[in-house]
Design a protein around this ligand. Structure first.
Ligand SMILES: NC(=O)c1ccc[n+]([C@@H]2O[C@H](COP(=O)([O-])OP(=O)(O)OC[C@H]3O[C@@H](n4cnc5c(N)ncnc54)[C@H](OP(=O)(O)O)[C@@H]3O)[C@@H](O)[C@H]2O)c1
Length: 189
C-alpha cells in the first residue's frame, strides 16, 4: 500500500514594523523591487511542464489591479463563501476555504501539473495557513518602517524558525524610495 503524501504550501507576505499588511484594500507602501520579488518567487519552478498555485482571499484578489489579475503564469485560487463562479474569470478556481482548495489540488488530475502552492493573503487566510500542518515555509519581507494599516499579519506560531535564504534571495537590508526592508525565510521545525 502506498502512503499518500500531504500537499504542502508556503506563505509569502510583506509586513511592516506595526505588523500591517494592507490599507483600504491596497498595499500601504509602493516598493517595485519587492513586488518583483513576490512575482519571481511565486512563479519559480524547476519543472517547465508545471506551474505554481497562488491561493488568496476574496479581498486580496480584487485588490490586485484589474489589468494584473489573475496573477499570470500561476493557477489562481480565490477563497470566498459569497462569490459565485460567474464573478471570476473561467481560469480562476473558487473554494470556500483553504482545506477544500488543497484537497482539490491533491486530486489525481491536478497534482502532476503543479509544483508549489503559495498562500498570498490576506489576514484570515494567513492565520488558517499558519495553523495548518501543510504549512512549510513563511517568506516574509520585513519592512522597517511604520505605516498606517487596517489589515494585519497574525501572530507567527513559535514552531517557525528562521532558515538560510534561497540562493536567489537578495541578502541584507534593501532600500527603495527611502524605505528599508529585508527578506527573511522561516520554516516549521
Ligand atoms: N502585504 C502583503 O503581503 C499583502 C498580501 C495580501 C493582501 N494584502 C492586503 O491585505 C488586504 C486584504 O486582506 P484581508 O485580510 O482584508 O482579506 P482577504 O483575506 O484577502 O479576503 C477576505 C475574504 O476571503 C474569504 N475567506 C476564505 N477563507 C478565509 C479564511 N480562512 N479567513 C478569512 N477569509 C477567508 C472571505 O470571503 P467571503 O466573505 O466572500 O466569504 C473573506 O471575507 C488588502 O489591503 C491587501 O492589499 C497584503
Amino acid at each position: 500500500m502506498t502512503c499518500k503524501k500531504m500537499l504542502k504550501f508556503n506563505l509569502i507576505v510583506a509586513v511592516c514594523d506595526n505588523f500591517g499588511i494592507g490599507i483600504r484594500g491596497d498595499l500601504p507602501w509602493q516598493i517595485k523591487s519587492e513586488l518583483k520579488y513576490f512575482s519571481r518567487t511565486t512563479k519559480r519552478i524547476s519543472d517547465p511542464t508545471k506551474r505554481n498555485v497562488a491561493i488568496m482571499g476574496r479581498r486580496t484578489y480584487f485588490g490586485i489591479p484589474a489589468n494584473k489579475r489573475p496573477l499570470p503564469e500561476r493557477l489562481n485560487i480565490v477563497l470566498s463563501t459569497t462569490l459565485k463562479h460567474d464573478d471570476l474569470p473561467d481560469d480562476v478556481l473558487l473554494f470556500p476555504n483553504l482545506e477544500s482548495a488543497m484537497q482539490h489540488l491533491e486530486s489525481v488530475d491536478l497534482k502532476d501539473e503543479i509544483e508549489n502552492v503559495w498562500i498570498v493573503g490576506g489576514s484570515g487566510v494567513y492565520a488558517e495557513a499558519m495553523s495548518s500542518p501543510r504549512c512549510h515555509r513563511l517568506y516574509i519581507t520585513k519592512i522597517q518602517q511604520h505605516f498606517e494599516c487596517d489589515t494585519f499579519f497574525p501572530n507567527i506560531p513559535a514552531s517557525f524558525r528562521e532558515v538560510s535564504p534561497d540562493t536567489d534571495t537578495p541578502l541584507g537590508v534593501q532600500e527603495e524610495n527611502g524605505i528599508k526592508y529585508e527578506y527573511k525565510i522561516l520554516e516549521k521545525q
